[in-house]
Design a protein around this ligand. Structure first.
Ligand code: OGA
Ligand code: MN
Length: 251
């Protein structure tokens, strides 16, 4: 078994939750040393960023294969991390809302999550790419995205997440949602599709994304209702939210 991927490569662990993720908020690419990748990044391509921005503008969402931008070893390392975490107490039943408002309502969502701390080499490589996405979207769409937060999620057989929005209008908290899928050989019989609803006609289904390894869904957090259909096998993913606020506000 590969067990190197969850070994922290830096000394002190940050506090729980999003503290370390805040470290990636530095503007203009001046990311702090805590997330510097161990080797220089090739960088995501401008044409790829163009296609993300135009999908968000024209439809409010898109799904894309990231294998051209993220290398297979990175995807496999992230998948290995979530698999290992899923066997530990680190993965917790996901809630709705935050802080004292946090509710764990199993009729709404049944996944288990673990926040990424950015302490492992694969997470640092991913964070560097996510920060390029953040800056690329800011340059193209003037969204003023200042930072991001990310968690792994596991849906076991039968788990789902009912139709919802990731952010409430006007809070300027979560602005763009990104979900990266980490499952090899996913077929439609495996269930677990991300079902996307029309942002203008919110009960009309306008697309479905199978959570296949290397596929990514990107959508406007306040506008696009979506749902995770019950999974028939274990479903691993990584969700990220690009935010406009400097410090977390209650959702
Ligand atoms: C979420 C979510 C979608 C997915 O975590 O808010 O909607 O496909 N995830 O995992
Ligand atoms: Mn969601």
């Amino acid at each position: 078994m590969e067990h190197t991927v969850v070994v922290p490569i830096r000394g002190s662990l940050p506090a729980e939750g999003q503290a370390s993720v805040g470290a990636v908020s530095a503007e203009a690419g001046a990311a702090g040393p805590a997330i510097a990748p161990s080797h220089p990044l090739e960088g995501v391509s401008d044409t790829w960023l163009d296609s993300l921005a135009s999908g968000l503008t024209e439809h409010g969402w898109l799904s894309v294969d990231v294998r051209g931008q993220l290398e297979d070893p990175l995807l496999l390392a992230l998948r290995e991390e979530v698999r290992i975490l899923d066997r530990t107490e680190t993965m917790k039943a996901a809630g709705i809302g935050r802080g004292t408002d946090l509710m764990r309502d199993r009729s709404v969502r049944r996944d288990r999550i673990a926040w990424l701390q950015g302490m492992t080499a694969p997470q640092q490589a991913l964070f560097a790419i996510l920060d390029q996405v953040r800056l690329g979207l800011n340059r193209r769409l003037f969204l003023g995205l200042r930072r991001f937060e990310a968690h792994y999620a596991t849906y076991h057989r039968g788990d789902f997440y009912r139709r919802h929005l990731d952010s409430f209008a006007g809070r300027a908290s979560r602005v763009v949602s990104l979900v990266l899928y980490l499952n090899e050989g996913w077929s439609s019989e495996d269930g677990g599709a991300l079902q996307v609803f029309n942002r203008d006609s919110q009960h009309e289904i306008c697309g479905a994304v199978l959570p296949e390894m290397g596929r990514m869904a990107l959508f406007m957090s306040e506008d696009v209702p979506h749902e995770v259909l019950p999974a028939n096998r274990t479903r691993y993913s990584l969700a990220c939210w690009f935010r406009q606020d400097e410090v977390p506000l209650p959702l």
